[in-house]
Structure formats: structure tokens, C-alpha cells
Design a protein around this ligand. Structure first.
Ligand SMILES: Cc1cc2nc3c(=O)[nH]c(=O)nc-3n(C[C@H](O)[C@H](O)[C@H](O)COP(=O)(O)OP(=O)(O)OC[C@H]3O[C@@H](n4cnc5c(N)ncnc54)[C@H](O)[C@@H]3O)c2cc1C
Length: 485
């Protein structure tokens, strides 16, 4: 669209926002043209930056009246292209809606705007001995709105569940511009679980403008153990052994040798040398219970034949162990100029087997894959390392990512654990669900969004793909898996 035509088209929207919060110059729009999955890029027509719920509602109503697609954006940390703009649409950037509206220690709830950063909720709740449990590794930047849309998880979701288990109510503006309030402020919600339905729908139903969160009491004590193994499979099998023993740790995370190397180089976390993989197990809860469970854990771990075991003696050592784990995503930048993060799930029992298959895939493709993942959930995060400056490497890396999705489905798992389907995996949706089920998803979505203007092109296959940041056909296009219609 020419700039005059787009200016003319956007005149009504421009009137709704002060000049500094309506952005449609080329340079500023570029800052929003991709999310964490930088392989896809699309420049939006304009970006609006609301500061109040009323401004969000007004923007959505303008979009509905003018048939203009929109994408809600929190911090843009989606790794599946979920907050990638639509080229002929607008971005509604929610970062300025970052107020905690109410924090009630008595009912252990917080009411927040969608742009509140995840970690800020726990920081605000800390003086009351409370915290917000879902803890994505991106928690210091990602927003509650993004967490809701992706039903995000993190290291501690094994014990406490994903975001949807901690959202009691949502006020949202649907894609038709209607404002709805679903759920409640109570843990005993009335009626069907519409809040659960909204969670994980990747912004396809509309925009959450106010979210009521459940807060939990902070555990009294932690017991954190780092166990080294001489193979990745042994670490994977140890996860099943711990769960089979009846223990339910707060977290169980695995890192392979490449991830350990990256973390060591980046943050010097003093992990044991020479292990092919490490497993982090963290027990948490009341002091007496943990005193009993730590003995049990020690016996289970001894039976898994570890090469080394380190128990955190104090909070400082515990933080060092977690620092290594939490640093991996940014640290792999030291091993490779580019990487793709996959997010798939396999049944926990088949974890060891899946890791052997991933090692084989890496060998066969000649592409290094670093493994770091929420092992307790069977949630894999293979990091596919490549150099985007080398011709064809992004294509090859994407082909490996697709192979990993197929592997998860074949093993009875899922194509996404917590990062959403987004752009990245939408063509695998029909491999996971039968036709009737996908059709039901589609009808539900249309009930909220009859004009299909909320984040179109995501999650459902067969819609127009934006440009990839490279030339030529994408390998998945060549294989007939994705199309640009
Ligand atoms: C280094 C790194 C580590 C990560 N680790 C994890 C992890 O451990 N676990 C995990 O789950 N994810 C992880 N992620 C992925 C990502 O951070 C999360 O999914 C996060 O919830 C996205 O939040 P965001 O604010 O950045 O959302 P965005 O990327 O801006 O948006 C994500 C989706 O939410 C929609 N959306 C945003 N706000 C709203 C709203 N108010 N209403 C409706 N829809 C909305 C968008 O349209 C989009 O579809 C990681 C990402 C990075 C870069």
C-alpha cells in the first residue's frame, strides 16, 4: 500500500492516540517487524501504544469497523512467531499497560494489566511471603498478557502447573470490540472454565486487558541437587526414576554437554567437568517434609549411577546452579552465531529414547543441537545451532526443527510445550489433531472473531505466510508443508 493510501486509511486510528503513541514511520515500524523468531519478518502498517484499557478497546473497535487485522504484542519474546505482525495490519503494543492494579495478600490474588512483566508480580508479592508460580526463563522481560496467550510455563510448572492454573479471571476485548469478563476473583469459579479456554489461544480470541492471578505462598525451604551423568540417556532415564519413586520435585531440568559448555563460558557456574549431561532436581516445601524427601531422593539418585552429585549447601550455591541453567539460551550465542529453539513434548517415560533420537538427528544432519529442557514435564528445548550467513544453513536448521516436531508427534507427544504454535508450527496442527477437532477450534475462534482479524495467520495452517528473512523457497514450502497462497 502506498504511504498516502495507508495514511488515509489510518486517519481514524491516528485520532485515537497522541502523536508519540501512534507510530507509522518506516524506522519505528522496523523495531516491531519480528519477534524472538527472527527468521520471519513483516512490517505492520502502524503500531499503537495504549496506556489504558479504553485505548485498547478503541483501537480494536476501529480495527473491527475498518476490517484491519491486529496483533497484540507484549515483549515480543515469542519464539514461534506468535507476535509477528501482519503486513496489512496494526500492532497493539501493550508494554505501557504495566500496572499492578491490586495485590491482596489475604485472598492471595493480584489484578494486573497485561503488560506487567512476569517477574514484577513475584517481586511485588514477596513482602507478603507470596509469589507468582509460572516462571518462564524469559520471566524478567515477558509479560503476563503473553504468558496468558501462550499458556506459558517454566522450570517450576512440573509441580504447580502452567499459567492457566494460576489465572482466575480475565477481562478481555474480543475481536468484535466487545468487552467480556470471564472467570472471577475466587478460586471457586462459577460456570464453565472460559478463562482456561482463553489461555493458550495465542491472541486469536482478542486482547486480555486485565488479568486476575493466583499467588502462592513461598516454599519454606529448597533442596537443590545437581547430578552429572555419562550419557544424555542416563539423565533422561533418571527423571523417570525420580517420578516413579513417588516424589514430586518443584523442578527437574536437564542440560547436555553443549549447554553446560555454553553456561560455563558465560556465567562460570562451576558445573562438574566432563559430564555428558547434568540433571538439576529441586525439592521445595515445608522444612520437615523436605528433610524426609531429600533422603529418599538421595537413594533414588544413587541407583541411577551418576558420575557426580553436588548438593547446594546454601542459597548462594543454589543460585549458582540456577544461574547456569537460566543462562543457557543467551549463552549458546557463544557457541553459534544463530540458533532456533524448538519446543516439543514427549511422554516423560520416553525421554531417554527421545534424546538418543535427537543425538542421531544431529549426527545425520551435521547440525549441532544443544539440549536444555524442563525434563520433569518431558518438555524438550533443543537449540539448533547454525550460521545464518552461510548459504542454505537456515533452511537446513528449519528442516531439523521440522524433523523434531515429527519425532515428538510420533512418540505420542506434542508439537508445543509452552511456546505456542504461532507461525512456526501451524502446519503441524493437523498432524496433532483430527479434522473435526481442528474444525471445532476454528469455530470457537470465529465465535470470538467472525472477521478473523485477531492475529490472523497464526496457529491455523493454510493462510498466507509472511516473508522469511532470506531468499528463495523455504524447505518446508518445497516439501509442500507450508504455502504462500
Ligand atoms: C530466552 C527466552 C526464554 C524463554 N523461556 C520460556 C520458558 O521457559 N517458558 C515459556 O513458556 N516460554 C518461554 N519463552 C517464550 C516467551 O518468552 C513466552 O512464551 C512469553 O509468555 C511471551 O511473552 P511476551 O510478553 O514476550 O509475548 P509476545 O511475544 O509479545 O506475544 C506472544 C503471544 O501473545 C499474544 N499476546 C500478547 N499479549 C496479549 C494480550 N494481552 N492478550 C492476548 N494476546 C496477547 C501475542 O499476540 C502472541 O500471540 C522464552 C523466550 C525467550 C526469548
Amino acid at each position: 500500500m502506498s504511504s498516502t493510501a495507508s495514511d488515509h486509511r489510518l486517519a481514524g486510528l491516528r485520532k485515537l492516540f497522541p502523536v508519540q503513541r501512534f507510530v507509522n514511520d518506516k524506522a519505528s515500524r522496523s523495531a516491531f517487524e519480528s519477534d524472538g523468531l527472527t527468521a520471519f519478518r513483516a512490517k505492520p502498517l502502524a503500531v499503537v501504544i495504549p496506556e489504558t484499557a479504553d485505548e485498547v478497546i478503541a483501537a480494536v473497535r476501529w480495527c473491527f469497523d475498518n476490517d484491519v487485522p491486529f496483533v497484540a504484542r507484549g515483549s515480543g519474546t515469542s519464539l514461534s512467531g506468535g507476535s509477528l505482525p501482519v503486513a496489512d495490519g496494526i500492532v497493539i503494543a501493550l508494554n505501557r499497560m504495566n500496572r499492578i492494579l491490586k495485590l491482596d495478600p489475604e485472598s492471595r490474588t493480584a489484578v494486573v494489566e497485561p503488560g506487567v512483566v512476569n517477574l514484577k508480580v513475584s517481586q511485588a508479592a514477596a513482602p507478603h511471603g507470596l509469589y507468582f508460580s509460572p516462571d518462564p526463563s524469559s520471566q524478567s522481560v515477558c509479560t503476563i498478557g503473553g504468558n496468558v496467550a501462550f499458556n506459558s510455563g517454566g522450570a517450576h510448572c512440573l509441580k504447580y502447573g502452567m499459567t492457566s492454573n494460576h489465572v482466575l479471571g480475565i477481562k478481555a476485548v474480543t475481536a468484535t470490540g466487545e468487552v467480556v469478563t470471564i472467570g472471577s476473583t475466587s478460586t471457586e469459579s462459577v460456570g464453565p472454565d472460559y478463562t482456561g479456554l482463553f489461555c493458550g489461544n495465542e491472541g486469536l480470541f482478542g486482547i486480555a486487558i486485565e488479568i486476575t492471578l493466583r499467588l502462592l505462598p513461598k516454599p519454606e525451604v529448597f533442596h537443590t541437587v545437581l547430578v552429572g551423568y555419562d550419557s544424555l540417556r542416563a539423565a533422561g532415564d533418571a527423571v523417570s526414576a525420580v517420578i516413579d519413586s513417588g516424589l514430586l520435585p518443584g523442578a527437574m531440568e536437564i542440560m547436555d554437554a553443549l549447554s553446560i559448555e555454553a553456561a560455563e563460558a558465560a556465567v562460570k557456574c562451576d558445573y562438574p567437568r566432563g559430564a555428558a549431561a547434568v540433571l538439576i532436581v529441586e525439592l521445595e516445601g515445608p522444612r520437615e517434609k523436605i528433610a524426609f524427601e531429600r533422603e529418599q531422593l538421595s537413594r533414588v539418585i544413587a541407583a541411577t549411577k551418576p558420575v557426580v552429585e553436588m548438593v547446594a549447601k546454601d542459597d548462594e550455591e543454589r543460585m549458582r546452579i540456577w544461574k547456569g541453567r537460566k543462562s543457557v539460551f543467551s549463552a549458546v550465542g557463544r557457541l553459534s552465531p544463530d540458533f532456533l529453539v524448538q519446543d516439543g513434548v514427549v511422554p516423560r517415560k520416553r525421554l531417554g529414547e527421545a534424546l538418543v533420537a535427537i543425538e542421531k538427528l544431529s549426527r545425520d544432519s551435521g547440525i549441532r543441537i544443544a539440549n536444555v529442557f524442563h525434563a520433569g514435564d518431558g518438555n524438550l528445548h533443543p537449540l539448533i545451532l547454525f550460521d545464518g550467513n552461510v548459504d542454505g544453513m537456515l533452511h537446513r536448521a528449519e528442516a531439523v526443527a521440522a524433523e523434531l516436531s515429527r519425532l515428538c508427534i510420533a512418540m505420542g507427544g506434542s508439537i508445543t510445550g509452552e511456546h505456542g504454535v504461532g507461525m512456526e508450527k501451524r502446519d503441524f496442527l493437523p498432524h496433532m489433531f483430527d479434522e473435526n477437532t481442528v474444525d471445532m477450534f476454528d469455530r470457537l475462534r470465529r465465535a470470538f472473531d467472525p472477521k478473523m482479524i485477531a492475529n490472523p495467520g497464526k496457529m491455523f495452517p493454510g493462510t498466507e505466510a509472511p516473508a522469511l528473512a532470506m531468499t528463495g523457497l523455504h524447505p518446508l514450502e518445497k516439501a509442500g508443508v507450508i504455502q504462500r497462497e
